[in-house]
Design a protein around this ligand. Structure first.
Ligand code: DGY
Length: 424
């Protein structure tokens, strides 16, 4: 095991630039990504707390004046990535994209604190970080849930992090691609196009992006007018868990917490209503087209990570999860593998992702320890057997996408070392 731990640390250190870490060392993602950085910080916390905090501080340096923390920060302007900083044309202090990503920072900071990896000097820095995260959460509540329903919307599939999931197929169908749309994809020159989103999806990602840009990324206006507006179970589960952790952080640092406390109550009541008890499936709400989306996505099980109080409900979800992949050798596929939309090799349309396994493992730990341990073991074994890949086949374990993938390395470290009191 020591050998794998060493390799994982090496990957993180090799992918590290000045104060932040690339998602991989090849040319696919040459910038800093929001949730990647959160996961990466957790990995560093096991051996280099300074880098963990730097990773998050750099991300927060790019926070917008309105509170949003962007999904990408472009530190290096000479890359081959598309859409690059000129295509987005926005940012505060650092060039950035104009959308966000799953807000996992509060969760990561809380975990690092719980594991007592922070000294008093770090605590001053931490208070600043927590204030930044608080502003970020308030931005979500104000602009992504202006009706105060308890559930926030995403305005671009990229905001979910699971870009081309079949969850978005229906809302994406409605988006019209302008005839004069012009841009050049780069990702499918670096990775086999069979493992990446289709051109038609990319055309739509760029179309939505252009619309956001044309509206100067005005968050108030865009909630109503964006071409895409979906309430996603996975995203809201992460936000609910993050709010619960933020609440604890606010209390530790003596910061005002009533707004977050109230929002947690509302979310806890509302998110459960997205479950269809007859069909035994969670549904997403396509607010733009007033439709319901029923796709058996692994991200719905992020609900376990939200630690809902209702135990009977949690057990029901765990039972469903046991059927999600009952026939596959490698867990957990992003889409139930007997579903018509399942694709073994294409990005978020079927493959196993280590961050999904990690999130679900964290959600199961305090509810079904035996099952949690099974998922943990299978995840560790998969990485040991097949390497630190971006994603994997649930049938053969074969790795796809980027290699030396930072969050795979980081979360592998976390799974292996979570109970060890390693010296820093
Ligand atoms: C990409 O470039 O494929 C990213 O997933 C978008 O955030």
């Amino acid at each position: 095991m020591q050998h794998f731990v060493k390799s994982a640390k090496k990957i993180l250190l090799r992918n590290r630039k000045n104060g932040f870490t690339l998602p991989t060392n090849n040319k696919l993602y040459p910038a800093q990504w929001n949730w990647d950085s959160g996961f990466v910080a957790l990995g560093y916390s096991h051996f280099k707390i300074k880098y963990a905090l730097e990773e998050i501080k750099t991300l927060i340096r790019g926070q917008w004046k309105d509170g949003m923390i962007p999904h990408i920060l472009f530190h290096d302007l000479n890359t081959n990535y598309y859409p690059n900083h000129t295509a987005w044309a926005c940012g505060n202090k650092i060039y950035s994209s104009g959308i966000t990503q799953p807000p996992i920072l509060a969760i990561i900071i809380k975990l690092i604190l719980d594991r007592k990896r922070i000294n008093n000097k770090n605590k001053v820095e931490l208070k600043k970080i927590v204030k930044g995260i608080f502003r970020y959460h308030k931005w979500f509540i104000r602009f992504r849930d202006p009706n105060n329903s308890g559930l926030v919307s995403i305005l671009h599939p990229w905001e979910s992090g699971y870009d081309n999931s079949p969850l978005w197929d229906e809302p994406m169908k409605k988006i019209k691609i302008p005839k004069n749309l012009k841009y050049k994809r780069r990702d499918n020159k670096v990775v086999n196009p069979d493992y990446r989103p289709l051109d038609i999806d990319y055309d739509k990602y760029v179309t939505i992006k252009n619309h956001l840009k044309k509206n100067n990324y005005n968050p108030k206006k865009l909630y109503k007018t964006s071409l895409f507006n979906v309430v996603d179970v996975g995203f809201n589960s992460i936000f609910l868990r993050a709010n619960k952790d933020l609440l604890k952080l606010l209390k530790i640092f003596n910061l005002e917490s009533t707004e977050i406390e109230n929002y947690i109550q509302r979310s806890e009541n509302e998110i459960i209503k997205l479950y269809n008890h007859k069909k035994n499936i969670f549904i997403n709400l396509d607010l733009k087209n007033k439709k319901k989306i029923e796709i058996p996505s692994v991200t719905h099980y992020f609900i376990l990570f939200a630690n809902l109080k209702d135990k009977i409900f949690n057990n029901r979800i765990i039972k469903n999860l046991k059927n999600h992949n009952s026939k596959e050798k490698f867990l957990l596929s992003t889409i139930k593998s007997n579903h018509k939309k399942f694709e073994e090799k294409r990005y978020w349309r079927g493959p196993v992702w280590i961050n999904c396994n990690w999130i679900i493992y964290q959600g199961l730990k305090n509810k079904d320890i035996k099952f949690a341990k099974q998922i943990k073991k299978k995840t560790i074994d998969l990485v040991k057997q097949k390497g630190f890949n971006e994603y994997y086949s649930c049938k053969t374990g074969e790795g796809f996408g980027a290699s030396n993938f930072s969050w795979t390395a980081s979360l592998f470290l976390d799974l292996v070392l979570e109970n060890k009191n390693e010296k820093l």
